[in-house]
Design a protein around this ligand. Structure first.
Ligand SMILES: Cc1cc2nc3c(=O)[nH]c(=O)nc-3n(C[C@H](O)[C@H](O)[C@H](O)COP(=O)(O)O)c2cc1C
Length: 191
């Protein structure tokens, strides 16, 4: 599929069929994620790939899925056959930027590049999922310390949220998309 078609088709999907994701598809999607750009090629972003039903149910519970379902939203995390927990390691960037090809160790980061890079990685995942005939979504998790401890993620690693992956069960669009497109975001020549 062309890049423009992928961009057009991509939606955050919040309901999945029980069908498993084929291992070769998952591997290609992970490979796409690892080829995303990173500041200084630091590559300080990572994923925890979860397929065990027990762990996925635990994450759904931690995210308060039953409360959302009671309010009329679809069961999301518990239905997705794969969870990819998006992580960033600021220390990898701090070390990389001390190397000789960088001007000097950055004391005050003007921009946390690890967040920018995690966004790039996530977009690669989302688009690769569509290319594979799958769907993906991102859920922000309020209880990040709970998720961190559930998965044994070390304290120096920042957990950013969960990307869900699987075969789409619904074409239903998220309610926020009704907001339409915000005008005036492209500034030409000057802000
Ligand atoms: C950083 C980020 C956080 C998001 N967090 C959530 C979330 O916690 N729950 C949710 O339902 N959607 C979440 N979304 C999905 C957005 O609501 C969605 O991308 C937006 O409404 C546009 O819809 P589309 O991606 O289907 O085009 C998040 C998206 C991003 C990029």
């Amino acid at each position: 599929m062309s890049l423009y078609s992928l961009l057009k088709r991509r939606r955050m999907v919040r309901e999945y069929q029980p069908q498993q994701v084929e291992p070769e598809k998952l591997e290609r999607i992970l490979e796409a994620a690892l080829s995303s750009p990173s500041a200084g090629h630091s590559q300080g972003t990572s994923l925890v790939v979860l397929q065990s039903s027990e762990t996925r149910q635990a994450i759904a519970h931690l995210a308060g899925e039953s409360d959302w379902v009671a309010r009329g939203y679809p069961a999301w995390l518990s239905t997705a056959p794969v969870h990819l927990v998006l992580c960033a390691e600021p220390e990898v960037y701090r070390q990389r930027y001390k190397e000789s090809d960088k001007e000097s160790a950055i004391k005050q980061w003007p921009v946390p590049y690890w967040h920018v890079d995690a966004g790039c990685l996530m977009m690669a995942l989302l688009l690769a999922a569509v290319e594979e005939g799958l769907a993906a979504g991102f859920q922000g998790i309020q209880n990040l310390p709970g998720l961190q401890s559930l998965l044994g993620i070390p304290p120096e690693v920042e957990v950013l949220g969960v990307v869900t992956l699987g075969y789409s069960q619904s074409q239903r669009r998220g309610h926020s998309t009704g907001r339409g497109r915000r005008p005036g975001r492209i500034h030409r020549d000057r802000w």
